[in-house]
Design a protein around this ligand. Structure first.
Ligand SMILES: [Zn+2]
Ligand SMILES: [Zn+2]
Length: 135
């Protein structure tokens, strides 16, 4: 049976279900994610867009760059998703919005060049100065 995960925002206006495995999980240190989430780093799980089904979709969207759209709950502000023209057909889901984020750890870290010096992480994961190699 396929893995099923559920998640949503803090207030419940956004709820989603995902059936199947993530293509990729990562912790991002980039300054765009940091600012958007007001958090020192952001964990993402990437899926084919049609694998993520929103049963309640109270998202609004912010274009954080001309290519990218960040989806967040328009009621409570929780950051939920990231889509971009450079990852067509794919959606990143913020692992922190899952009901059980502990079940889906990051497999690498990227934008390590922007890693905040006071954030100490000793996870032994592969690290990339910018985006990881594609594929
Ligand atoms: Zn909400
Ligand atoms: Zn980022």
């Amino acid at each position: 049976m396929a893995t099923k995960r559920e998640g949503g925002c803090q207030c419940g206006a956004v709820r989603y279900e995902i059936e199947g495995e993530a293509l990729f999980t990562a912790l991002c240190h980039c300054s765009m994610c940091r600012r958007a989430h007001a958090a020192p780093a952001v964990a993402w799980a990437m899926y084919p867009e049609d694998m993520v089904v929103f049963s309640k979709d109270g998202r609004a969207f912010h274009a954080s760059s001309p290519e990218a759209r960040r989806g967040f709950c328009q009621a409570c502000g929780t950051q939920i998703s990231f889509t971009a023209s450079f990852i067509p057909g794919l959606i990143d889901i913020a692992i922190g919005s899952l009901d059980r984020p502990e079940d889906l750890p990051p497999s690498l870290r990227y934008w390590e060049s922007r890693h905040l010096p006071w954030l100490k992480i000793e996870d032994g994961l592969p690290r990339y100065p910018e985006f990881p190699p594609q594929g």
